[in-house]
Design a protein around this ligand. Structure first.
Ligand code: GLN
Length: 480
């Protein structure tokens, strides 16, 4: 069931929160081969389902009262294992919860488990998890995308109606695209990062994956809002969902960046995007070609800035206070180095080394400082284009889901999976991905991006598309 239809069924009493919870747990077990969950919190979920039913019986109606969901395992949940997909945190049971978890609990949502992810959210295929790769529900020999691959796979397999996720360079939108579901990365600052295990703090943003834009908007409004515990969170008005649902496509100006549609985009993906834009045009939108010239340098700038911040953020994992500690350290230096060597996987170590290098005194100006200048140029490109258009549209990912193992030996090929998503994070903009067709039987995602704080415009444009198309209703063969 979609989130909306489940809420309706809970409201009219045709189902209970406990039944919805059992159903989610049951489906999680049936889809265990996806490897999408690191932790299943079955007992706590059943108790939360019962509590939601009791509250409903008393007449309460929380925004998500009784709705099962999963968290990407990057969010700290008090008394529940929170690993960030890493051996470093494979034993970490946090004494506190992320703000978004507190908000979801206050709204009555029922946590069924913690979703698998690339280690510390570094990756585009979910193959860099200490807990093993996640499989794509549409084809189990393929990746679900990353780093929020577990969240996207769970929603695609209809285990839960929504899941939380985080996006530093595409990790909500790219797996949503590869799994045929809807994922939204809000404006930087809309959602608190408190209790979200940090990767690259100037880029990280929490969001949600659901089966429709309307569902995603409902869940997003629950987790959004100012939080004094995150100094980068902003006191922005909530998303105007009613306004978004009423939005007309007539006259909407859609910019199609030439740089998002050029070489490197698979023909099957390009065709599905063209067909989706034709649907928009048929409903009165105006499609115009636009240029984002600096985006050609986005991958290079991102893979300097994100590792630089990661090298600093991950310095806290030293084997002393929490997380993995090596056995029998000889001395303090041995404790630090061996705990980190054993606790971090290969991709994470590579990023820490890269980040340390670009921040070093001799190379700071040549790499890190330069990347910051490119970042500014990228943001200015977007600002200029948004003088003329309301949203920007193009493929979320250059290809459909690729085979497990296909890009593991070629990190640059893996990084290029993010070619159309990273520039959005560098500029702090909101963007979403919606299913818009298939290529070789695998889902294709359309990315829409809007100016800062214009999530309602994004939701409106996505919802209008989902009113006249059925791509978001397609379910993978094994999901039923
Ligand atoms: N794939 C990108 C990376 O590896 C983005 C990941 C993310 O958004 N967390 O950094």
């Amino acid at each position: 069931m979609s989130l909306l239809s489940l809420l309706a069924a809970l409201d009219d009493g045709s189902t209970s929160a406990r039944a919805a919870t059992e159903n989610a747990l049951d489906r999680a077990a049936r889809h265990a081969d996806l490897n999408a969950l690191i932790t299943i919190a079955a007992d706590a979920a059943r108790a939360a389902g019962d509590a939601a039913d009791a509250e409903r019986a008393r007449g309460a109606r929380g925004a998500l009262l009784g709705v099962p969901f999963a968290h990407k395992d990057v969010f700290c949940t008090r008394d529940i294992l929170s690993t960030a997909g890493s051996k470093m945190l494979a034993n970490f049971v946090p004494p506190y919860s992320a703000t978004i978890h507190d908000k979801l609990q206050a709204a009555g949502a029922v946590l069924i488990g913690k979703a698998n992810m690339d280690e510390f959210a570094m990756g585009s295929s979910n193959e860099h998890s200490h807990f093993g790769a996640v499989r794509n529900p549409w084809d189990r020999s393929r990746v679900p995308g990353g780093s929020s691959g577990g969240s996207a796979a769970l929603v695609a397999a209809r285990v839960v109606p929504f899941a939380t996720a985080s996006d530093t360079g595409g990790s909500i939108r790219q797996p949503a695209a590869l799994c045929g579901v809807t994922g939204i990365k809000p404006t930087y600052g809309r959602v608190s990062r408190y209790g979200m295990i940090a990767y690259a703090s100037s880029l990280d943003q929490a969001g949600v994956i659901a089966t429709s834009a309307h569902d995603a908007a409902i869940a997003l409004n629950v987790i959004a809002g100012f939080d004094p515990r995150d100094p980068t969170s902003v006191d922005a008005p909530p998303i105007d969902i009613d306004g978004a649902l009423a939005m007309s496509l007539a006259g909407l100006r859609i910019g199609r960046p030439r740089q998002w549609c050029g070489a490197g985009i698979d023909a099957g993906v390009a065709n599905a995007i063209d067909a989706a834009l034709a649907v928009y045009a048929a409903h009165g939108a105006r499609i115009v070609d636009v240029d984002l010239p600096s985006s050609e340098h986005a991958i290079a700038a991102y893979y300097v800035i994100a590792p630089a911040e990661a090298s600093s953020n991950l310095a806290r994992f030293d084997g002393v206070r929490y997380g993995h500690r090596c056995a029998n350290p000889k001395d303090l230096a041995d404790l630090y180095t061996r705990s980190r060597e054993e606790g971090f996987g290969h991709e994470v170590q590579k990023r820490i080394l890269t980040g340390t290098y670009v921040l070093s005194a001799g190379y700071y100006d040549a790499y890190y400082h330069r990347a910051l200048k490119v970042r500014r140029l990228i943001a200015e490109d977007f600002a200029r284009v948004f003088n003329d258009v309301d949203v920007i549209a193009g493929p979320t990912s250059p290809s459909v889901a690729f085979k497990l193992g296909e890009k593991l030996a070629d990190p640059v090929a893996m990084y290029l999976a993010d070619i159309n998503t990273v520039s959005v994070n560098l500029a702090g903009l909101p963007a979403l991905s919606i299913p818009c067709g298939f290529s070789d039987g695998l889902p294709v995602g359309l990315q829409l991006c809007a100016p800062w704080w214009q999530e309602s415009r994004l939701i409106g444009a996505a919802h209008a598309f989902q009113q006249v198309t059925d791509w978001h209703r397609a379910v993978p063969g094994g999901a039923a």
